[in-house]
Design a protein around this ligand. Structure first.
Ligand code: IMP
Length: 187
């Protein structure tokens, strides 16, 4: 079954393909859309609507995700990709997060992933996955992407970037949201 996915992020496409191996994942860039909603669900809907119009009768999805840090009032949140400004830079984002967390004792944080889905009848659905954890004092690990080296999920003493892809997918916000997506599609 085809699943059109509104992203050009190769890491996300790989994770989605690993979690949903029975689907043919077809990336489609939602060109020109502005992700200006105040929350993850709003941005995911903006993106999926932009591609589903081109693929009527098929499943389409978009995810919007980010890291919310308690001591920073939920930042970087919907601004996770561009926390340190334009252009989007993982090293700059991670450096700014570490700087803003210097001396902060409450290191609670969570990743959120919201998937907006349009089914073959054109009906919209929203599913969400959360992964709670803490922000590390120093980066660790070489796998994954984004803030992975700085995020230690609850129940672990290593970062997301220290885990294998399978280990991360089993507990991650995206893994949890995509499990719900899988259940929805298989209904
Ligand atoms: P978007 O969902 O493409 O708008 O971007 C979300 C941003 O949140 C990414 O660019 C990353 O900085 C961050 N992010 C989302 N999911 C993850 C993850 O699984 N690991 C690390 N960073 C993530």
């Amino acid at each position: 079954m085809n699943l059109y996915v509104a992203t050009h992020n190769a890491h996300k496409i790989r994770e989605i393909s690993e979690i949903l191996p029975n689907f043919t994942i077809i990336p489609d860039d939602p060109e020109g859309v502005e992700e200006n909603a105040p929350d993850f669900a709003g941005n995911a809907l903006i993106k999926v609507r932009a591609i589903s119009a081109k693929h009527k009768g098929s499943w389409a999805m978009a995810d919007d995700s980010g890291l919310e840090v308690e001591a920073l009032g939920g930042a970087p949140g919907v601004h996770s990709a561009r926390y340190a400004g334009e252009p989007s830079s993982t090293p700059a984002n991670n450096a700014l997060l570490l700087k803003n967390m210097m001396g902060v004792t409450n290191r609670r944080a969570r990743f959120t992933c919201v998937c907006a889905i349009v089914d073959p009848e054109g009906k919209e659905h929203i599913v969400e996955g959360l992964c709670p954890g803490v922000i590390a004092d120093v980066p660790s690990g070489a796998s994954g992407f984004g803030y992975d080296p700085l995020f230690i999920p609850d129940g672990y003493d290593v970062s997301f970037a220290d885990l294998t892809a399978d280990e991360k997918n089993a507990i991650s916000h995206r893994g949890r949201a995509l499990e719900k997506l899988r259940a929805l599609i298989q209904k």
